[in-house]
Design a binder for this molecule. Structure first.
Ligand code: ADP
Length: 237
């Protein structure tokens, strides 16, 4: 079953600047797809279109309804006046307390429900953002460089929590990153975008067994081999 189809997508802004041109790909339901591309390749523009925030484009886009889509940004974007529990209740006011507590437990925040965002570390705030994204049981989860600027162990812990939550929910994931090893460690497939206005330069299936991390030798070997074959790929060329 296909969750997302993008065919010949073109996105230009009123000032004439085009972010995306001739972009096509599909993502199967339940698939974890990473999107890698240089800065300015139109990755954020693509996510905005896929979640229904932007309708000004040409081409065909079939995505999951906005009501069944969750977004995680670079910044956690928590409501500062609400507790951790309150931030989850904001998006699922009807959720039984036990379900909210279970979700907090799965991101290691079972004892932090009553804390406010300013009382949390950056890593904890991002875990709340993940919990908030999954508590609505989305069919599509869009993440825009969510673990940027975190120290390596914290980023790895969050990646493992993301994978566990994804496996539990079975939703389709599109994960934007510019870190190749992160894309290969996480995803079933990696789409490489060209420089803007972007199209898909390369579609890499990742058939390595899980569990795996950015430090798994097979992950590093695949990244190394790819960059030997396509040294300009990460520059979008
Ligand atoms: P990425 O997320 O890959 O860095 P973006 O989607 O943010 O790329 O931007 C793609 C291109 O579109 C960039 O050249 C950017 O300057 C341009 N762009 C983004 N938003 C606007 C806008 N509102 N008006 C004009 N140009 C824009």
């Amino acid at each position: 079953m296909t969750a997302i189809t993008v065919q010949d997508l073109r996105k230009c802004f009123p000032n004439g600047q085009c972010a995306i041109d001739q972009l096509s790909f599909r993502a199967a339901a339940g698939e974890f797809v990473a999107i890698v591309g240089p800065s300015g390749a139109g990755k954020s523009s693509l996510l905005k279109i896929l979640c229904g925030l932007d309708h000004q484009f040409s081409g065909q886009v079939h995505s999951v309804a906005a009501a069944h889509t969750s977004l995680v940004f670079q910044e956690p974007r928590l409501m500062p006046w609400l507790t951790v529990l309150g931030n989850l209740q904001l998006v699922r006011p009807d959720a039984p307390l036990a379900e909210l507590q279970d979700m907090l437990q799965s991101v290691g925040l079972a004892h932090s429900a009553a804390l406010y965002p300013h009382q949390l570390s950056g890593g904890m705030q991002r875990r709340v953002a993940l919990a908030r994204a999954f508590i609505t049981a989305p069919r599509l989860l869009l993440l825009d460089e969510p673990f940027q600027a975190l120290d390596a162990p914290t980023a790895e812990q969050l990646r493992q929590q993301l994978l566990a939550l994804w496996q539990r929910c079975g939703c389709t994931v599109l994960f934007v990153t510019h870190q190749l090893s992160e894309a290969v460690a996480l995803a079933d497939r990696v789409l490489f975008l060209s420089q803007g206005p972007s199209h898909v330069l390369h579609d890499l299936p990742v058939a390595l067994p899980r569990p795996r991390t950015v430090d798994t030798p097979a992950v590093q070997a695949l990244c190394h081999q790819l960059l030997l074959q396509r040294p300009d790929l990460l520059r979008g060329a």
